[in-house]
Write a protein that binds this ligand. Structure first.
Ligand code: FES
Length: 185
């Protein structure tokens, strides 16, 4: 008879836990919910770029919230991924100024080059394509955000090639903000 074991409950790393405690201390004890957005960002970075229901439950437990209080926030903001994603998530701005500067063509090109449609991950697992609203860099349209980095003025094939070449060449994931702080301490 095949024995199945429950998947291990996700746990934050020691570095992430230290950062979480630092963030929680900013708020009064009865206002811990205010730390929800930063904790979801930490959780997404820690667990492969997306927040599974189990990971969201961990966030709820950490903050003493009901799971539904986390689900309703994570499902509202487009920056949280609710299903597995590729190594790099290309968040293409589709708002007016970027559209006028060619975001539709940019999207078509990225779909063709990566083999992934909007909302999908490329067959090689490298890229997920998402459409988002204004990234507040309208003066440099069209814009794509990948984690904390903006790729701007992507109206030429050369600029798009340079972005994809840089992303493909990343062997290691970039350090997370709290890891950088510890490295520089
Ligand atoms: S419209 Fe694209 S960054 Fe503002």
């Amino acid at each position: 008879m095949e024995v199945t074991t429950a998947p291990a409950k996700p746990q934050f790393s020691a570095a992430a836990q230290a950062e979480i405690q630092r963030i929680i201390k900013r708020y009064p004890e009865d206002r811990k919910k205010s730390a929800l957005l930063p904790l979801l960002h930490i959780a997404q970075a820690e667990f492969g770029g997306w927040v599974s229901p189990e990971v969201q439950d961990l966030v709820a437990e950490t903050l003493g919230l009901k799971p539904i209080e986390v689900y309703e926030v994570s499902s509202f903001y487009t920056m949280f991924n609710l299903k597995p994603v590729g190594k790099h998530v290309l968040e293409i701005c589709r708002t007016g100024p970027c559209m006028l500067r060619g975001s539709d063509e940019l999207t078509e090109n990225l779909e063709r080059i990566t083999g992934a449609k909007v909302g999908e991950t490329s067959p090689d697992g490298m890229f997920t394509i998402k459409m988002v609203e204004c990234l507040a860099a309208c003066g440099f349209a069209p814009v794509v955000q990948v984690r904390e980095k903006y790729y701007e003025s992507l109206e030429t094939p050369e600029a798009v090639d340079a972005m994809l070449t840089e992303l493909r060449s990343m062997v290691h994931r970039p350090l997370l903000p709290w890891e950088e702080q510890q490295t520089n301490a």
